[in-house]
Design a protein around this ligand. Structure first.
Ligand code: LLP
Length: 431
């Protein structure tokens, strides 16, 4: 298992942020999400420097869907990031965390009337308008309030990125955005002329998630900048902000070779400069929306091992006290993870090939298939690493299993950021 961020092994035990994982288990029990705050902050700083936030006034907007407790809103605000939200719930979280509303980009392919009203009332900086329906509702609401709302148009650039089918978004067959190929985007531009309360300042595209190459992003830059030129030349519209979405991949398991934050940012910035020179246009303000690459490797999950079932010549099932309710990604995307026994980090006993199973009533509730672990016993504590993105945010209460608490560790201290759900919390909506 690769050690991420501040992880260290001291006398057989895994420490994160200077805190013993076994002490965390004693204090908070399992299953438990643990976040390495220093690693998240370092990733933010890396983005801010590499994407030239201060030098060029570019913007890095954290994609809140990856993991958004109020504490994260505060943290990214302190680090100088913007925030991308996709629902009333995420927007409300940011609002309650006192996140500056003008630094919010409001995404979503089917924002409801209530959500659009809420966004306008809160004064979000930019609506990323996805479709004709949203455009007309937004115009109506802004006209009633007599305000002018800044927007980007989300476009579907027609770029195929090599990633899982469910997390690809840039191709023509997508529920998101105005397609370029079928002319929808240009119809939307024509429609704009009737919308007096909407101010188009930017364009947005997102081509997918967990992408390891930079070439699809460079292609995206080219497509977007050609549009900027077309809008200026043929419609006299100035696009001053260009948002390339998120998508840079991270390391989960051996064989994953993601680009660094710096390599990804440099590729986008360099391609923009080159293309703007070629098209003889000014370089707009650039925006990116990383989610996974800011938090994935900073998060881990601690579980207690319960039943160990050996089916001779078939498989050893090692069951933990969580599973698909706290990490749906293996079942949904066949995502791979690494693990270790945090109380036996230096053990040299014989290796066993095992399958780590969750506790849900589903045969598909498998966290890791066929992994080698050292001598494993019931009562040991297992860690799965890189669960920081789309773990807690996609957690469910299937089988009425309460959600894990979230603890941040930093400089030898731990801080509870989200409580464990209680059984009464589970019933709190029932009448
Ligand atoms: N911006 C937009 C408009 C997006 O749709 C997304 C992710 C992002 C930014 C952030 O992308 P990231 O940097 O995290 O790759 N649940 C899936 C991932 C879905 C991503 C959806 N959109 C998973 O667990 O892999």
């Amino acid at each position: 298992m690769r050690l991420h961020g501040t992880m260290k092994v001291i006398e057989d035990t895994l420490y994160i942020g200077g805190v013993s994982s076994l002490d965390l288990v004693k204090k908070y029990s399992t299953p438990l999400y643990v976040f390495d705050e220093e690693l998240i902050r370092n990733n933010c700083k890396d983005y801010v420097t590499s994407f030239k936030v201060k030098e060029n006034k570019n913007k890095v907007a954290y994609a809140g869907k990856a993991f958004l407790p109020t504490y994260m809103c505060k943290l990214i605000d302190e680090e100088g990031l913007y925030l991308d939200v996709v629902s009333g719930g995420e927007l409300y979280t940011a609002y309650k965390a006192d996140f500056p509303m003008e630094k919010i980009l409001f995404h979503g392919n089917n924002k409801t009337l209530e959500e659009i009203k809420m966004g306008v009332d809160f004064g979000v900086g930019v609506f990323v308008v996805d479709n004709f329906y949203e455009l007309s509702i937004l115009e109506k609401i802004c006209a009633e309030k007599n305000i002018i709302q800044n927007i980007y148009f989300r476009i579907t650039p027609g770029i195929e990125a090599h990633t899982h089918e469910y997390i690809k978004t840039g191709q023509i067959d997508s529920k998101f955005g105005f397609a370029l190929i079928n002319g929808d985007f240009h119809v939307a531009i024509e429609n704009l002329k009737k919308h007096k309360h909407i101010n188009l300042i930017g364009l947005h595209a997102h081509i997918g998630s967990q992408i390891f190459q930079v070439e699809p992003f460079e292609q995206e830059v080219e497509v977007m900048l050609e549009l900027v030129k077309d809008l200026k030349d043929n419609h006299n519209i100035d696009i001053i902000e260009l948002d390339f979405g998120g998508g840079i991949g991270v390391y989960y398991v051996e064989g994953d070779e993601p680009k660094t934050i710096k390599e990804y940012c440099e590729a986008i910035i360099n391609k923009c400069e080159e293309k703007c020179k070629e098209l003889k246009i000014n370089v707009p303000t650039l925006i990116i929306e990383p989610g996974r690459s800011l938090v994935a490797n900073a998060g881990s999950t601690l579980y207690s091992i319960g039943s160990i079932k050996e089916i001779k010549d078939v498989r050893i099932y090692v069951s933990v006290d969580g599973g698909m309710t706290d990490n749906i990604r293996p079942s949904l995307y066949q995502a791979g993870y690494e693990c270790a026994i945090v109380n036996k980090m230096n053990s040299t006993t014989k290796k066993h090939n095992v399958t780590i199973a969750g506790k849900c009533c589903e045969s598909g509730d498998i966290l890791i298939s066929n992994t080698d672990v050292l001598d494993i016993e019931s009562g040991d504590i297992l860690i799965t690493t890189s669960t920081g993105a789309y773990g807690y945010s996609m957690a469910s209460n299937y089988n009425k299993i309460p959600k894990n608490p979230v603890v941040f560790v930093n400089k030898n201290e731990d801080r509870l950021v989200c409580k464990r759900q209680s059984y009464d919390d589970l019933l709190s909506l029932e009448l």
